[in-house]
Design a protein around this ligand. Structure first.
Ligand SMILES: N[C@@H](CCC(=O)N[C@@H](CS)C(=O)NCC(=O)O)C(=O)O
Length: 198
């Protein structure tokens, strides 16, 4: 049984979505987290080393960081094929997009949000515009990040787009709108949002 350490309407909400897609047995443990406005506090029940969400535990095994959790869960619950297995030709693209989410998109978006311009020499990721151009180019060629098939990489990236689309950091475009619709229009997303609200 998977335990999801969760706080409503945060990055852990998308893991209710993934667990619903996977039809995995799980329970949700709602924990408190520190909030940007200074309110809230770490929860001693949360096994995440920094008191963040999401984290999961599975028979004493703790996994944290969204990309690692996505990979762990799709490997462990392969029935609905939300992540290509080892040996599948799409596995490389899958791993790349999971790593791209946490190693490139998140830091690039965070720097943009904080209005920090990257100086000429860049750190481990390109500027947000360059990363977004690559992501959009991928989605112009195919409906999902891995091709014709929806995967957990779309859950991470599509739900992030859904949250920020139309705001100052992410313009609403027909391409983005239709991609977001194909992700959040899934029945598992509706089930997850109903559980998130409780
Ligand atoms: N890189 C982490 C980020 C996790 C994260 O920052 N989660 C936020 C909620 S959206 C949080 O727990 N904030 C409370 C805190 O930082 O203490 C992941 O993707 O899993």
């Amino acid at each position: 049984m998977i335990t999801l350490y969760h706080h409503p309407k945060t990055r852990s909400s998308r893991f209710i979505f993934l667990l619903e897609e996977l039809e995995a047995p799980y329970q949700i443990k709602t924990v408190t987290v520190r909030r940007g406005d200074g309110s809230g506090e770490r929860d001693s029940l949360n096994p995440h080393p920094h008191g963040k969400v999401p984290a999961i535990s599975d028979d004493g095994v703790t996994v944290f960081e969204s990309s690692a959790i996505a990979l762990y869960l799709t490997d462990k619950f392969p029935k609905n094929a939300l992540g290509p297995a080892i040996g599948d030709a799409k596995r490389g693209a899958y791993l790349s997009w999971l790593a791209y989410y946490c190693g490139v998109l998140e830091p690039a978006w965070t720097m943009r949000f904080l209005k920090i311009d990257l100086p000429g020499g860049v750190p481990g990721w390109p500027p947000a515009d360059e990363a977004m151009a690559f992501t959009f180019k991928t989605l112009e060629k195919q409906p999902y990040l891995l091709g014709n098939k929806f995967s957990a990489a779309d859950i991470l990236i599509g739900t992030t787009f859904a949250m920020f689309m139309g705001g100052p950091t992410l313009p609403k475009t027909p391409l983005l709108e239709s991609y977001v619709k194909s992700v959040v229009g899934r029945p598992a997303y509706a089930r997850a949002m109903a559980k998130d609200a409780n």
